[in-house]
Design a protein around this ligand. Structure first.
Ligand SMILES: C[S@@+](CC[C@H](N)C(=O)[O-])C[C@H]1O[C@@H](n2cnc3c(N)ncnc32)[C@H](O)[C@@H]1O
Length: 251
């Protein structure tokens, strides 16, 4: 059985087996590649990469000129898999590093950085902490630097968001993140909405652990399982609207 103090890596992998995020995200990147040219990006910092598959996919597809990739990921097991994924994905001339820490303790880039990635990581971060991070990004990004954010759209009902709401941990809506980014001094360069299909019904232990963790362990295993099964018994809850947006530092 998965215990509460175990790594996030296994439970998150089980959660991801229940959706088509990887395929949906890949076709979003194909579309975005035709709309913006990020070939000028040489350096990037990515927060909350987990084992890094979507983050790596994004930079390989959109940032072919990348020379340095710094990741900030607190989960030790995920960080280990990420290091292996870095070795598999990039030639030796691309410098990579992994800091096993939280984004709240990020002390800034060693010199200016061209891009920052925040994929599926901002929801559990408090608004106050997000605003501090966005201000830090303003000072650490190079002129015209960009921030890529992927997040749920919560204004449209969907299963995952509803489960977490019923477990007492409502997710932040993308519009709120956009408002905070604009207040910090960023402008919207591009937005792309897309749908992810996800069915968590009959969850295994890993899926239950992943949801309990996201809900800060406010509920036990059987209550969590019951809420998941109830919400996902409605097939209209299987569509999860997502948004990928690229923000640009306004100099
Ligand atoms: C939902 S996963 C997203 C992973 C990956 N970016 C993706 O899109 O598949 C969230 C990740 O953020 C990490 N995380 C949680 N709190 C964090 C924090 N305060 N700072 C940085 N990363 C954090 C977790 O360990 C986890 O790997």
């Amino acid at each position: 059985m998965v215990m509460a103090d175990d790594s996030y890596y296994g439970p998150y992998a089980e959660f991801r087996k229940r959706d088509n995020f990887a395929d949906a995200f890949r076709s979003v990147l194909d579309d975005v590649a035709g709309r913006v040219d990020l070939g000028w990006v040489r350096s990037c910092v990515a927060f909350g990469t987990g084992s890094g598959e979507p983050d790596i996919e994004l930079v390989r597809r959109l940032m072919p000129g990348l020379r340095s990739f710094a990741a900030v990921e607190p989960d030790r097991e995920s960080a280990g898999v990420l290091r292996a994924n870095f070795r598999k994905s990039f030639p030796p001339e691309v410098e990579t590093s992994v800091a096993e820490s939280r984004m709240q303790s990020w002390s800034g880039a060693d010199g200016r950085v061209d891009a920052a990635l925040l994929l599926n990581v901002l929801s559990p971060i408090t608004s106050a902490d997000r605003q501090v991070l966005f201000k830090k990004l303003m000072t650490n990004l190079s002129s015209g630097g960009i921030v890529v954010i992927n997040n749920n759209i919560t204004s449209v009902p969907s299963g995952y968001v509803l489960v977490l709401k019923r477990l007492g941990t409502p997710r932040v809506d993308f519009d709120e993140l956009e408002k905070e980014m604009v207040e910090a001094g960023f402008g919207v360069l591009l937005k792309h909405d897309f749908e992810v299909h996800r069915d968590l019904s009959n969850p295994n232990d890993g899926v239950v652990e992943c949801i309990r963790r996201s809900a800060n362990y406010k509920y036990g295993e059987s209550e969590t399982r019951a809420v998941i099964n109830d919400v996902f018994s409605d097939p209209s809850m299987h569509m999860a609207p997502n948004r990928l947006a690229i923000f640009k530092k306004q100099d």
